[in-house]
Ligand binder design. Structure first.
Ligand SMILES: *Cc1c(COP(=O)(O)O)cnc(C)c1O
Length: 410
């Protein structure tokens, strides 16, 4: 009989979103009337339709595939040149960040890249993650065998947890100890926090001193409204020597269902062999794509390219303004009823303290029962998330306004 990957057996059973779904299902069965007025502010998925520019570009691309003269078969495994150069130009070189076209690797999304990237990194790496955290960073490392078993509180042996608390404004300082690999995400999911340039610089400093690698998840960079906040880790001096950036079209262009994102892998980025030889990671990443994948479909890449057209950019701006308008409505509602909260100004998430010492799940149940609103319990993102819940601004305006009204009845 074949052996299975036992690392999967270490994964904690009640993964956050299935557990939320279970409780919501149970509630709806018991209270079918209330179920009809249920509003979901839980999962971080967009709600608004795709930008028109994307639809038109994808339609044209599909039509091209329908004719012998313009048909496309397999494309380049790292992504089409037209998309890689558009990304490098608009997101980086236009902002005075030196990134070459072939340092952009197109993928089917950042969640996926989080798993793929471990292909080219050694199993010996000491990994640091923030707490609370986007669960994908942790679970992909568990599956790859980079951790010990889970403890009672859901944390894993072998991982260095960096507490993000109200005291540090949800931006952790580098640890005292040595780690090889650090996951950072700013603007942050779930806390909505952003890191200042100085805070990012101190992480780059740490990475230089420890020869560590930073995996910088910038999925929400388009939601930054404060001009002092960096959109890319490569805006900070030294970033090209110690960081990989993960970006996604999911939240900027409503691509959660279309699927497209990219990584930025500078050629100057080195990692070591067991014998201490320092080698660039870029050729390994290139090879990983050549061998294991055939990139994302031609119409999807044309759709992503269209996000950078004048029309596309305007439409993305409108989408983000819509969601951040919701965030404002929800923040104001929290303020009105005296809930203490963070985030919601440079990110579409509001991180709210539970009142009266309720646990995250108690608050989840209470909001489900009393106002029929689904939120995400903070403890599902890590031990430090206990005592918080996350409200997502990804919703229709109508729903955001209704949630604001219902919050006042809480
Ligand atoms: C939504 C999100 C992503 C994007 O994931 P995709 O796979 O590109 O849809 C990445 N990181 C975080 C933290 C997210 O919340």
């Amino acid at each position: 009989m074949a052996y299975l990957n036992e690392n999967y057996l270490k994964l904690q059973a009640g993964y956050l979103f299935p557990e939320i779904a279970r409780r919501v299902r149970e509630f709806c069965k018991k209270e079918p009337k209330a179920a009809e007025r249920l509003i979901r502010c839980g999962i971080g998925d967009v709600t608004e339709p795709l930008p028109r520019a994307v639809i038109e570009a994808m339609k044209r691309a599909v039509e091209e595939l329908g004719h012998r003269e313009t048909f496309h078969g397999y494309g380049p495994e790292q992504g089409y040149e037209f998309l890689r150069s558009t990304i490098a130009q608009h997101d980086y070189r236009d902002r005075k960040i030196d990134i070459a076209d072939d340092e952009i690797f197109v993928s089917d999304g950042s969640k996926c890249d989080c798993g793929y990237i471990l292909d080219i990194l050694g199993d010996q790496n000491k990994v640091a993650i923030t707490d609370p955290v986007y669960p994908v960073y942790v679970d992909t490392n568990v599956m790859a065998g980079h951790t010990g078993p889970a403890r009672k509180d859901g944390s894993y042996e072998g991982i260095v947890y960096l507490p993000c608390t109200a005291e540090n404004n949800f931006v952790p300082e580098p640890p005292k100890e040595h780690v090889d690999l650090v996951y950072l995400c700013f603007p942050n999911n779930p806390t909505g926090a952003v890191a200042t340039r100085e805070q990012l610089a101190s992480w780059i400093n740490y990475a230089r001193q420890h020869d560590a690698l930073i995996l910088f998840d910038a999925a929400y960079e388009a939601y930054i409204s404060d001009p002092k906040i960096s959109h890319s880790i490569f805006e900070i001096e030294g970033g090209h020597e110690c960081a990989i950036e993960l970006r996604s079209f999911s939240k900027i262009g409503g691509f959660t269902g279309v699927r497209c994102g990219f990584t930025v892998m500078p050629k100057t980025l080195l990692a070591r062999t067991d014998f201490g030889k320092k080698l660039p990671l870029h050729p390994l990443w290139h090879r990983r794509w050549s061998t294991k994948a055939n990139s994302v479909s031609y119409p999807v890449q044309r759709g992503a390219e269209a996000l950078y057209s004048d029309e596309g950019r305007q439409q993305c701006r409108a989408l983000i303004e819509h969601y951040m308008g919701n965030a404002k409505i929800l923040r104001e509602a929290c303020e009105k009823i005296g809930l203490h909260f963070y985030g919601g100004t440079n990110a579409p998430y509001i991180w709210v303290q539970t009142p009266k010492g309720l646990t995250s799940w108690e608050m989840f149940d209470r909001m489900l029962r009393e106002i029929n609103v689904v939120v995400t319990p903070g403890s599902g993102f890590g031990a430090q998330g206990e005592g918080y819940f996350r409200i997502s601004a990804f919703n229709s305006r109508e729903n955001a306004e209704e949630v604001a009204r219902r919050l006042e009845k809480l």
